[in-house]
Each structure stands twice: as structure tokens, then as C-alpha cells.
Design a protein around this ligand. Structure first.
Ligand SMILES: [Zn+2]
Length: 233
């Protein structure tokens, strides 16, 4: 990633089993890797007794650590939404209590997300909607709640052009970029690097950024570094 000119990244856990590996990466690449600890909606049913306290302890040990990837997903059949929702709500409360940024995954569950927002007495000042693929109407509602939006290279696929149209209408000072590696492979022409397994490599961010700037216009270019600093502090 450094060779490709990338100056930092966020590494999200998906379940408690990942936390040690995320912590090890953050320790090895201090200042480059921002760790995110959490339980992904797809793995909400892996949460074991006492996980909330262990998550808090993990966050307390590193003031720069964030909460992620957390959220709700109506696209997958399991775990059930009630299970996902409970784990999500608890993690948002922890993020608020500890003043941490959170990375949110939401797929086909917008109303569920808004109902969680309405239910909670407090919501973090700012949060990231990762791989945001919602409509402009959804984006506007989220922006009022402090959302930032990260564009994933996956949305450079021709059949996903609608997502770029939404990003064109978003406030430029709320946009970030991501690969979601090793998931969400971008189209072939933007794949400069692959992991050994053949999966999406995080250094593909450079090609994704170029494509995004080509589409959005040069004015976004200077904005990225500034946005990154403002969001991740
Ligand atoms: Zn996700």
C-alpha cells in the first residue's frame, strides 16, 4: 500500500475472533493502520457472553481505536434482524459512551437503521457509511445525522453507475474512499494488485481514486486528504 502512495488505512474486524489480528496489525504498522473493533451484522450471532465488556476494554487500551464494522443487513437471510439489531444497538451505545468513530454497514435495511437512530437517546457526532449504495434521499437523511460516505471501487462496475450519480450530489466534504478489500472486487481495469488468494488488494485504492476523480472532476482531488484527516483525526 505504501508503494502505491497510500498513507493510511482502517482495518475493520468482523467478529471478536478478529480482534487480536486487528490489534497486531495496528501495533506493527502504528500511524498507518487505524484499528476498528466490532461485530459485523453477518456475524451478530457469534457474540459471546461478556463481549461488550471485552470490546470496551479493547477500545480503552487504544484511544485511537474506532468501532467497526457494525450495522444492519436486510440482504442476508441470517442472522435474524432482531439479533443483528441488538448487537448493533449495543455497539452504537459503546461508541457514544467512549466517544469513538464508527464504521457502519447497511444493506437493504435503511428503515431499520433510522429506527435505531430514533430509538437511541444519543448518536455519535460523526460516523462512516461504508460502501454506501443508498439513494440520495437516504443520504440526505443520514447526512443530517452526521454521516460521511465512503465510495467503494466495486461501484465502478457499469451496472452500478447509479451509485456514482448519488455521490456526485453528496457534499464533497463528506466523501471518503475505500476498497473494502479483500471483498468487493472492482472491475478488471482497476485491479492493479491482488492478494495471494486472488482477492481484492487494498492498494487498488489508487486506481479507484483516479477513476473516481475522473468521474467527479478534479475539484474532489484536493479534498480527499483533507477529508481523511478531518474524519479520522
Ligand atoms: Zn460492509
Amino acid at each position: 500500500m505504501r508503494d502505491a502512495g497510500i498513507t493510511g488505512c482502517v482495518v475493520n474486524a468482523t467478529c471478536e475472533e478478529d480482534w487480536d489480528a486487528v490489534e497486531a496489525l495496528a501495533a506493527e504498522f502504528g500511524g498507518f493502520v487505524i484499528p476498528a473493533y466490532g461485530i459485523h451484522p453477518w456475524k451478530a450471532d457469534t457474540a459471546k457472553v461478556g463481549w461488550e465488556e471485552r470490546l470496551k476494554r479493547r477500545l480503552k487500551a487504544d484511544p485511537g481505536a474506532t468501532v467497526g464494522e457494525i450495522g444492519v443487513d436486510g440482504w442476508v437471510a441470517a442472522p435474524e434482524m432482531d439479533v443483528q439489531r441488538e448487537v448493533f444497538v449495543k455497539q452504537v451505545r459503546i461508541a457514544v459512551e467512549m466517544g469513538r468513530i464508527m464504521t457502519v454497514h447497511c444493506l437493504k435495511a435503511w428503515e431499520e437503521l433510522f429506527s435505531v437512530m430514533d430509538e437511541l437517546p444519543q448518536w455519535p457526532e460523526k460516523f462512516l457509511m461504508h460502501s454506501f449504495g443508498g439513494s440520495i434521499e437516504v443520504a440526505e437523511r443520514l447526512a443530517k445525522k452526521g454521516a460521511w460516505f465512503s465510495f467503494s471501487g466495486y461501484f465502478l462496475h457499469e451496472r452500478k453507475r447509479k451509485v456514482l450519480e448519488v455521490f456526485r450530489k453528496l457534499p464533497k466534504d463528506r466523501i471518503l474512499l475505500e476498497t473494502d478489500a479483500p471483498e468487493m472486487m472492482p472491475p478488471e481495469e482497476f485491479v492493479e494488485f491482488r492478494l495471494e488468494s486472488g482477492a481484492n488488494h487494498p492498494a487498488n485504492l489508487r486506481a479507484i481514486a483516479e477513476a473516481f476523480v475522473n468521474d467527479m472532476g478534479d475539484t474532489i482531488l484536493g479534498q480527499f486528504e483533507e477529508n481523511r484527516k478531518r474524519f479520522w483525526r
